[in-house]
Design a protein around this ligand. Structure first.
Ligand code: BGC
Length: 445
């Protein structure tokens, strides 16, 4: 699929549209600059965190992956989107032999209401899950909690929320330890046998779940509602190990959570920011934050395409279909459908306008692929491994017709190391259970 071909006959109009859209093109020079800035922000983040960089570079306190000795039953929670999952994993020799998943939908009133209500809801869902399966009689159930928001960690089981992102904004949680909040809620609903032994991010969960299937896995990537990628870093490069903590001598590597979604919040990549990105940010739930994520993640790509389209149509003095004047009327799923020429044809019946809309979806998707590729290539270059598996999941990655192939092609262009992207469905949830098992093995109980 050629993402960058604008199929309209009128050559003058074509040139005009191409010119208007040119700020969205990431050429070789901008790409080189992005690579340099990312690497430099990454190093500054490893030393100072958010005090010196837009990349938080948070230590996950996971120094090892599965070693094949993990046994027993573990609970896992996965919170980050509109669905919350509770999972029961059964492990034998480090392998998952049984898995039970239940989904609980998180209403908007919980995503935007007081934090205490959200945590009560999580605890009630766990209670429901346990009661339905007669697990209450088990003396102690270790639980891993995937909480897909930026946190500051000082241990594997301590995570203070830095910022809400995506569609969450519950007052009373920023700065708090979410494990402590969950423990209080569990106590409140009378769950006595669950021990929260690990808190992690979905990218970390995906990395660990990816390693369960392929030992070469060293990167976990999420391209969904939000975006982020974890990777394995040499411990001696992690200068800011974690407030009030010191690294144990035998720890050689550790999984790092960079929080790439916030890359550029300090203005360091404003050279790729367009007026349309600014407009999207101003209309978002949390303006001024998560710059990188707002360039392409699933929560934003559709709306960004709508903003760009209406602006182009205005500039070329064409009629804008009324339905597309409504905020949120174009979703990221629509972007995928339009690229396959099946979406929104009823809304944009004029052939030329539809071709322009499709072209905008293509340009924004190509920009997305390049933006993600240079972060992944940077990790591959830093790790210098002979072969790396990148475990990846998320609705954007899975539903987009060609993002995956464009991402692979651009990544290949930016690194000399071998790699394979491997779809890891449900990795974020499974990974939480696996990390709970690793925690138990490492004696973090
Ligand atoms: C969050 C990250 C998460 C990513 C993918 C971002 O909005 O800040 O912690 O990994 O979304 O879900």
């Amino acid at each position: 699929m050629d993402l960058l071909n604008l199929c309209i006959k009128d050559e003058v109009l074509k040139a005009q549209v191409v010119h208007i859209l040119s700020p969205l093109v990431i050429d070789k020079e901008k790409c080189g600059k992005l690579l340099d800035v990312f690497e430099s922000e990454l190093d500054k983040g490893l030393e100072y965190g958010l005090a010196g960089s837009s990349l938080q570079m948070e230590n996950t306190f996971i120094p090892e992956l599965l070693d094949g000795s993990e046994q027993g039953r573990y609970l896992a929670l996965d919170l980050g989107g509109t669905n919350f999952r509770v999972i029961l994993l059964e492990l034998e020799n480090g392998k998952i032999i049984n898995e039970t998943i239940e989904y609980y939908s998180v209403a908007e009133s919980l995503r935007l209401g007081p934090g205490v209500n959200l945590f009560n809801f999580l605890a009630e869902s766990i209670k429901d899950f346990i009661d339905k399966r007669d697990l209450a009689s088990i003396k102690r159930m270790p639980l891993g909690f995937t909480f897909s928001f930026p946190m500051t960690q000082t241990a594997l089981d301590v995570g203070h929320l830095v910022n809400w992102t995506k569609s969450f904004n519950c007052p009373g949680v920023i700065g708090e330890d979410v494990v402590a909040m969950l423990n209080v809620a569990l106590d409140r609903v009378g769950v006595k046998n669950v021990a929260v032994v690990a808190i992690l991010n979905d990218t970390t969960g995906t990395l660990v779940a990816g390693a369960h299937d392929s030992p070469d896995c060293a990167i976990g990537l999420i391209l969904g509602t939000g975006t982020n990628a974890s990777y394995i870093e040499k411990a001696d490069r992690v200068i800011r190990w974690g407030e009030g903590t010191t690294r144990e001598d035998n720890v050689e590597q550790v999984v790092m959570d960079p929080e790439t979604g916030a890359f550029g919040d300090n203005g360091c990549i404003d050279f790729v920011k367009t007026e349309w990105d600014r407009q999207l940010d101003l209309g978002s739930l949390l303006p001024g934050s998560f710059t990188f994520e707002k360039y392409f993640a699933g929560k934003y790509l559709g709306e960004l395409a709508r903003i760009v389209f209406t602006s182009v149509m205005e500039q070329i003095r064409q009629r804008i279909p009324e339905s597309l004047l409504v905020i949120g009327s174009l979703t990221t799923k629509d972007v995928s459908d339009i690229l396959e020429s099946s979406g929104k044809q009823e809304m944009v019946s004029d052939e030329t306008s539809y071709a322009i809309l499709k072209h905008i979806c293509g340009i924004l998707s190509e920009r997305a692929a390049i933006l993600v590729a240079f972060t992944i290539a940077t990790f591959l270059n830093r790790m210098s491994r002979a072969h790396t598996v990148i475990a990846v999941t998320g609705s954007l990655y899975k539903l987009h017709p060609c993002l995956a192939s464009r991402l692979e092609e651009h990544t290949r262009r930016l690194t000399k190391y071998n790699f394979t992207f491997q779809l890891c469905d449900d990795g974020s949830g499974k990974g939480a259970g696996l990390v709970a098992a690793i925690a138990q093995r490492l004696g973090n109980l």
